[in-house]
Design a protein around this ligand. Structure first.
Ligand code: ACO
Length: 409
């Protein structure tokens, strides 16, 4: 079988989206959801695979700006809408699209690429590593007491339909973007993604609401949530389905959690995506009355080692010669000297002897500070050639704040 790769023509967008829905096997997107995907789709950035006149594969990209350790933003492509039709699976269509996409990203001068995976097992072979994780879980609000820092009683709340509070929430979001690696600066059209609330997709819950938390008349935080009503013989057992909670200061953050925990007729808060170091774990009186789970979130693929490693800062001084192995793009394998600290870094090709061997997927996993090089050495991926190089690099790559991707794409 030969497939031809082409950039999608704009008039073929609906056909393409139909094919993606078929490959993903679920119910079609709501009209609201489909309109949102169309709004953010970028002309010229959807690669398609064709078998004759049949569209059999898709791999798109968004143009994002992502925060790096140290706070600087970097241009990055976010890979999206990857699909191969069931009639053409396991014949190398995805591999050919991945190869072309990475060439394109490199031509755009982007030092790395990111994605979120339907199944994490797919992308390691293309050099992507798991660079951030997310925390999900529940809080039993009948049994757990939320800590009340001083000042919490001064916070006032205003409850609105989520779409009506968009402007205030966007201002908070924009302030938070530089504070955490992995966060994406808002691109046009993405602000409405957070408030798409198709009635057919609520799963029995009420409409999406937004509570604004204010101190002295200034909005300092917000939470987007819906509620599900449930009744047992013993009484009400509804749940708060938390979509997002953000605040500019700890007092407002605690106040928002106390507000959510206090909503009448509910006994659970369920959340799906918090940073893995979220303060929630310290706010609760009884962590055993919470269920907590971690899963992969952002997968990152380094394309230009020198540019990528010199764009971020490092938690501790580092001067290490890294041999980066890239099995999918062997032409990009090589040896670099990385020198840097909290103020910045440089990373240049070198002929000096390698001190640490790092496969490119593990470099991607370590890049935002979440996965430790030492831990990946323990699994046999990272190899130390100069005693001390691993400890030095591992301490330098880690970040005090865990990276976090606030939403999927
Ligand atoms: C960023 C995103 O959009 S994530 C969404 C990904 N899309 C989906 O999950 C939709 C449903 N699945 C699909 O559309 C397809 O099965 C795809 C895109 C996952 C794979 O496409 P294919 O064309 O079948 O992949 P291809 O034939 O190139 O496979 C390459 C390799 O990946 C492996 N592979 C493919 N899919 C999977 C999978 N789901 N899990 C584990 N390995 C996989 C193949 O076995 C093959 O391995 P090999 O090189 O060792 O032989």
């Amino acid at each position: 079988m030969t497939t031809e790769l082409r950039v999608l023509a704009p008039e073929q967008w609906d056909t393409m989206f139909d094919r993606i829905e078929r490959a993903f096997t679920g119910a079609p997107e709501s009209p609201e959801g489909r309109a949102q995907w169309r709004r953010v789709s970028e002309p010229g950035r959807m690669l398609t695979a064709w078998d004759g006149d049949e569209l059999v594969g898709t791999a798109g990209a968004f143009s994002f700006r992502m925060t790096l350790p140290g706070g600087a933003p970097a241009a990055v492509s976010g890979v999206t809408m990857v699909s191969v039709q069931p009639t053409h699976r396991r014949r190398g269509v995805l591999t050919s699209m991945m190869r072309r996409q990475l060439d394109d990203f490199r031509d755009r001068g982007e030092p790395f690429a990111v994605l979120t995976a339907s199944e994490p097992a797919i992308y390691g072979r293309y050099g992507y590593g798991i660079a951030s994780r997310q925390l999900s879980g529940t809080v039993d609000t009948d049994r757990v007491v939320l800590h009340a820092p001083q000042g919490v009683e001064q916070v006032r709340f205003r409850l609105l339909p989520a779409a009506e509070a968009l402007g205030a929430c966007e201002r908070i979001y924009a302030e938070l973007v530089p504070a955490r690696a992995g966060m994406l600066a808002r691109q046009p059209g993405w602000e409405t993604q957070a408030v798409v609330d198709a009635p057919g997709e609520r799963g029995g819950a009420g409409p999406l609401l937004c509570v604004l938390a204010e101190t002295d008349g200034e909005v300092r935080g917000y939470a987007r949530y819906s509620t599900t009503s449930r009744w047992s013989p013993a009484g009400p057992q509804g749940s708060v389905n938390l979509k997002e909670v953000s605040a500019l200061d700890p007092v407002t953050y605690a106040a928002l959690w106390r507000y959510l925990a206090g909503i009448d007729l509910t006994s659970t808060i369920a959340f799906r995506n918090l940073p893995v170091d979220d303060p929630l774990v310290h706010l609760v009186s009884d962590p055993r009355r919470c269920t907590l789970g971690f899963r992969d979130a952002l997968h990152l693929r380094v394309l230009d080692v020198g540019a990528a490693l010199s764009a971020r800062s490092y938690a501790a001084p580092v001067d290490v010669v890294l041999a980066v192995e890239d099995a999918f793009r062997p032409e990009d394998s090589g040896t670099w000297r990385l020198t840097g600290d909290a103020k910045g870094a440089s990373c240049e090709r070198t002929t000096d002897a390698a001190e640490l061997v790092v496969p490119v997927a593990q470099l991607g996993a370590a890049y935002l500070g979440d996965a430790s090089l030492r831990s990946m050495a323990g699994a046999g991926f990272v190899r130390e050639l100069r005693p001390g190089a691993l400890a030095e690099a591992s301490a330098a790559f880690r970040t005090d704040t865990a990276p976090w991707l606030p939403h999927g794409f």
